[in-house]
Design a protein around this ligand. Structure first.
Ligand code: 5GP
Length: 199
């Protein structure tokens, strides 16, 4: 019986984390993908409670006051946070938990849960990232400029911290395979195997 682990997946907005995660679910079955709360407006096609819990700023602040977040951070003018209770109940059920969050939040969790595995998804190039953000058509040119600037800052932080793994998202199938391999390998670590065998 495997124990649930926390995997943090960061990487620039537009790099394709969501698409990689969708493909990962074809091979990793015992996984809970955390649904974050945000104050940003829903994009077309996004559903409340599935893609995000969409909150107004006052409600987001209430959740902070109630200590309902495992972490929270501001990103390009909006707030984002990981609701604690769903993550904890998935862990209790022995599921792996994946948090798709930016680096400030990831570092807050790394302090609280040093066993968490930190993974950063990188684009093939900054030009390709700009192309993907533009194609998505959800942000103004100014927002795209801010997201690109933030992407470069996040990469520097992830490299310096350091994150444990960098997954390259040139081709989505290859990126999903890399992520799958990381998760499988993390469950083969000697401490976990010994704990299971000596139980
Ligand atoms: P987007 O607006 O493109 O959906 O997300 C912007 C950034 O916020 C992405 O880097 C995404 O990973 C991050 N993000 C999403 N949910 C959370 C969260 O709960 N906490 C933190 N710290 N970042 C989040």
């Amino acid at each position: 019986m495997r124990k649930g682990k926390t995997f943090i997946l960061s990487g620039p907005s537009g790099v394709g984390k969501g698409t990689v995660l969708k493909m990962l679910l074809e091979t990793q079955k015992n996984v809970y993908i955390s649904v974050s709360a945000t104050t940003r407006a829903a994009r077309s096609g996004e559903v409340d409670g599935i893609h995000y819990h969409f909150l107004d700023t006052a409600t987001f602040e209430e959740w902070i006051a109630q200590d309902a977040f495992l972490e929270h951070a501001e990103y390009v003018g909006n707030f984002y946070g990981t609701p604690k209770k769903f993550v904890d109940s998935a862990m209790d059920e022995g599921k792996d938990v994946i948090l798709e969050i930016e680096v400030q939040g990831a570092l807050q969790i790394a302090k609280k849960r040093p066993e968490a595995v930190l993974i950063f998804v990188v684009p093939p190039s900054w030009e390709e990232l700009e192309r993907r953000l533009t194609l998505r058509g959800t942000d103004s040119p100014e927002k795209i400029r801010q997201r690109l600037q933030r992407a470069k800052e996040e990469f520097r932080i992830a490299y310096a911290y350091p994150y444990h793994y960098f997954v390259y998202n040139g081709i989505v199938e290859e990126a999903a395979k890399e992520l799958d391999a990381i998760m499988t390998a993390e469950h083969c670590r000697s401490m976990e195997r010994l704990e299971i065998l000596c139980d």
